[in-house]
Design a protein. Sequence first.
Length: 265
Amino acid sequence: MTHAAGSVVPPEAQETPNILCAYWGTRYSKALVNNLYRSAKRYLHRPFNFYCCTSEKDGFDEGIRLIPMPDNPGLDPKMGWPNVFVKLLYTQDGFGGLKGPTLVLDIDVLITGDIDCLFDYRPGEFCIIRNWIPRRHELVNGPPKIGNSSVFRFEAGASGYIAKTFFAEMEDAVDYDKYPTEQAFLTYAARKVAWWPDDLVRSWKRHCRPIIPLNFMIEPKLPPNCRILVFHGRPDIDEAAAGYNRGKPHHRTLPAPWVKQYFLG
């Protein structure tokens, strides 16, 4: 499928693109970071820089550039740090020495196709996928006006207003009555967003998992033209590949061995 891309800047005229992820805690393995890097080398057909924001130093592939995890910017220590609000700090001018188009990826995603389009689409704009909400809510209220920060792109060195808004309105940013998630505040602080075309970034839960009772009979399928597949919540990538048997009946899925071909960790 071809997507309108606004004023397209030829790849050779663009600054070297960046891919940025973060690693902390024990919930996930560093293999997920290495998988993203290896997948980017397979699916991005131009020079790029790959960064991981982390306090760790070992266990990452050579070629992954490490950015030290920033200090807590003043959030309540009870929230724990690092946490998802670190994504707001990425947009500070000079953060990690980043400059130019920067694609931010959660580490629990799979790159499943060429991602050049994610840099060519609407260059210079803040791009993000619409958050996925229950279909019944979307039918009543229309498409959500909040992005899902698993996959977004910003212009490093020209997006400092996002971080400045966060610093100025930090108390509101963490007020879940005003902004139920960090990505809700990120969408607000970005001021103007360009939504990724829906088919480029897909949700395992929404777009791969068959509806009940078909989930007990039909293997999950990769949606056509999907470039990045997001595993938000459970199952994790390895659980999806093996078959997921936890939680409510409509959450369960048969094994999806095709997932393994996109995991290069």
